[in-house]
Structure formats: structure tokens, C-alpha cells
Design a protein around this ligand. Structure first.
Ligand SMILES: C[S@@+](CC[C@H](N)C(=O)[O-])C[C@H]1O[C@@H](n2cnc3c(N)ncnc32)[C@H](O)[C@@H]1O
Length: 360
């Protein structure tokens, strides 16, 4: 029997049966996501950033054009989530950003996740509505979610210019947080000429040029991505970064010492990965290498949870999956690469490096 004052379960009553804490948290997890999405979309954290003092619910609701009742509830929930600080002054509750909200949830800071949150809210969340169908059918859900064919994956992803810019902003934002770790997981300084295949608007290329002062990086991506990068992103202000447009499954690849494929293989099934890696192997200079940047699953599939969930996301949104290091080693070896190693960074994305032998 439990002793008096003991708040644990009675003998024979497992904690899980007396109160399903985890299950309740999981059931309600989407309420948390939506509270964060909505607060960002309404600009709550930006309004507080711009104010010189903590603000009341009345003031915030007036600036963002929201109902007072709705705003009071939203601010209370954000306080519960430790995204806002609240204190009472003259009987009025006043709110300010916590440090995490100021750094990551406001629109313009260098580490802002605002664009990722927008994409999660407006695109990924809608796709995940069809997760059950995705599991049953084993395929992505663009047709149901957005009424577009997914025969050409990146045509579906880039179904409008606006959607493409949002996707590119999503791709960018994580490299301010994890980019340095992945480009320094291995010493890449021997590789002076780098090609970032599917390098999007160049956020990871920038991390490369700042970690390795002697390298130049060519970003290879689809023509409309290159065009949009030049219009909306300012990567070419870095003299050591340039763009090359083309289709990496069809067009000649620029010659380089090192090819980076960051979050590329996870979009594609094994046979397409081998097709692409074989093209990379052919183009690569002898003594050169390929760096894969992906969220690695544990060998037994038991984690990390983020990679497991991302793999579900790859099902809902792409033709690929997240993989273990051994699975990437097998893909690289099938394309001819040798001396393959991987390094975990402790953040979301890890690195796998494969070499092309000098005398090949
Ligand atoms: C998931 S994103 C990864 C972007 C970037 N490497 C990163 O990690 O932020 C995939 C990238 O591959 C590009 N891509 C897809 N298919 C391509 C193709 N056939 N040829 C060239 N680039 C392609 C996309 O435009 C996009 O920039």
C-alpha cells in the first residue's frame, strides 16, 4: 500500500492506467502547434518586440485587429507555453516576449523560425490532415490537400510562385541554427571547389564560405529556383557563391571537389538516389567527395523521434523517406563512393561523407 502523503499509484495500479498523461499530451499536441502558428500569424511577438514596454491584451488586440476576448485567451495560452511573460500592474495583466519568443518567433531576427512556422501552418499542417490516407496508400497527398498532381514532385511543391518562395524561406531558416554544425562535422577544408546540388537560395552555401575561407560554392538548382533566388534572396553579394541552373537528373553537373546534397536524398526513393549519386560520382574529381546532410535514423529505427516524424512527413509530402546511416552508406557504395563515414551533430541534421578514390 502507498504510505500516507505518497502521491504515487496504489499497489497494483500502474501509473499509466490511473492517469494517461502522455496520451493526453499527444492528443492535444496540435492545439499547442496551432496556438504558436496563430500567434505568429497575427504578429503578437512582433508587436511586443516593437513596443517599448509590456502591453495589455487590449493594446495588442487593437494593433493586430483581433477580438479582445480571443486575444486574452491566446495570450494566456502563450503564457502557459512560456512564450510570454505576464505580470499584473494596477490590476491589469501586461505581456512581454520571453527570450525564446523574441529570438525565434519574431519575424526579422537572424535566427527567426517565423517562415518555417508559416510553412508548417499553411502547407504541412494541411497535408497532415491526410496522414491516414498517406499511410494507407503509401504516397504523398498533394492531390487531396491542394488539388494538384504530384507526378512531378517539385512542380507540385512549387505550384505557385508564392508557394515556391515560402518553401525557399522554409529551407533557409534552419541553416542559421544547424548549418555550421553540419558543414564542420567533417573537415572540408581540402575541398576548394564545392557544388551544392539542390542548394536552393544558398543558406547552407553561406555557412560553407564562412567556415572555409578558401572555398567557392556553386549552387545548382532548377531554373525557376535560381531565378527566384536572384530576385528575392541576396546570396550573390558573396563573391564566392554563384548559381548554375539545371536539372540534376538530366543536365551535366559542374565539376567539383565536393558535392553537397543537403536534404536531397530524403525526397526520393532508393533507385532515384542511386541514379543521382551515380551522376555525382561521374562528375566528381578523383580524390573528391560527396557530403550528405540528412536527419539520420538510429540503425534499429528506434529514434530520434524528430527523424521518425520527418519520415512520416516525407511520406505525406514527397517520394522519399528518412534513412539510417547504413542505408545512406549502401546508396553511396552502390554509386561507387568508398571510405564512407558519418558524424552525428546532436542537432536535427547529421552528415555522411563518401570519397571518390584518387586513381578512379
Ligand atoms: C528539400 S530542398 C533542399 C534545399 C537545400 N539543399 C536545403 O537543405 O536547404 C530540395 C532542393 O532540390 C531542388 N531540386 C529538386 N529537384 C531538382 C532537380 N531535378 N534538379 C535540380 N534541383 C532540384 C529543389 O528546388 C530544392 O531546392
Amino acid at each position: 500500500m502507498a504510505e500516507s502523503g505518497d502521491t504515487g499509484p496504489c499497489e497494483g495500479t500502474p501509473a499509466a492506467e490511473s492517469y494517461p498523461k502522455k496520451i493526453l499530451e499527444y492528443m492535444e499536441g496540435f492545439l499547442i502547434s496551432k496556438t504558436v502558428f496563430t500567434s505568429c500569424e497575427l504578429g503578437v511577438f512582433d508587436v511586443l518586440l516593437g513596443a517599448e514596454r509590456p502591453l495589455s491584451a487590449e493594446e495588442i488586440s487593437e494593433v493586430v485587429g483581433a477580438s479582445l476576448d480571443g486575444m486574452q485567451r491566446l495570450l494566456a495560452a502563450c503564457t502557459g507555453l512560456q512564450l510570454l511573460n505576464a505580470h499584473t500592474e494596477n490590476g491589469q495583466v501586461l505581456y512581454s516576449n520571453t527570450e525564446q519568443a523574441r529570438v525565434y518567433l519574431t519575424r526579422s531576427g537572424p535566427l527567426s523560425l517565423y517562415q518555417s512556422i508559416q510553412y508548417s501552418s499553411r502547407t504541412i499542417y494541411l497535408c497532415w490532415h491526410y496522414l491516414t490516407d498517406a499511410i494507407r496508400e503509401g504516397r504523398n497527398q498533394y492531390e487531396k490537400a491542394f488539388g494538384v498532381s504530384s507526378e512531378d514532385l517539385f512542380q507540385a511543391l512549387y505550384r505557385s510562385d508564392e508557394e515556391m518562395v515560402k518553401f525557399m524561406q522554409l529551407m533557409n531558416s534552419i541553416w542559421n541554427i544547424c548549418g555550421k554544425d553540419v558543414v564542420t562535422a567533417f573537415d572540408l577544408s581540402p575541398f576548394k571547389i564545392i557544388c551544392d546540388l539542390g542548394g536552393c537560395s544558398g543558406a547552407l552555401a553561406k555557412q560553407c564560405t564562412s567556415a572555409y575561407p578558401e572555398c567557392t560554392v556553386t549552387i545548382f538548382d532548377l531554373p525557376k529556383v535560381v531565378r527566384t533566388s536572384r530576385e528575392h534572396f541576396v546570396t550573390e553579394s558573396d563573391q564566392r557563391i554563384s548559381f548554375h541552373q539545371g536539372d540534376f537528373f538530366k543536365d551535366p553537373l559542374p565539376e567539383a571537389d565536393l558535392y553537397i546534397l543537403a536534404r536531397i536524398l530524403h525526397d526520393w526513393p532508393d533507385e532515384r538516389c542511386i541514379e543521382l549519386l551515380s551522376r555525382v560520382y561521374k562528375a566528381c574529381r578523383p580524390g573528391g567527395a560527396v557530403l550528405l546532410v540528412e536527419a539520420l535514423l538510429h540503425e534499429d529505427g528506434s529514434g530520434p523521434l524528430t527523424a521518425q516524424l520527418y519520415s512520416l512527413n516525407m511520406l505525406v509530402q514527397t517520394e522519399g523517406r528518412e534513412r539510417t546511416a547504413a542505408q545512406y552508406v549502401a546508396l553511396l557504395a552502390a554509386a561507387g563512393f568508398t571510405n564512407i563515414q558519418h558524424r552525428l551533430t546532436g542537432k536535427i541534421y547529421d552528415a555522411v561523407l563518401g570519397h571518390k578514390e584518387t586513381d578512379s
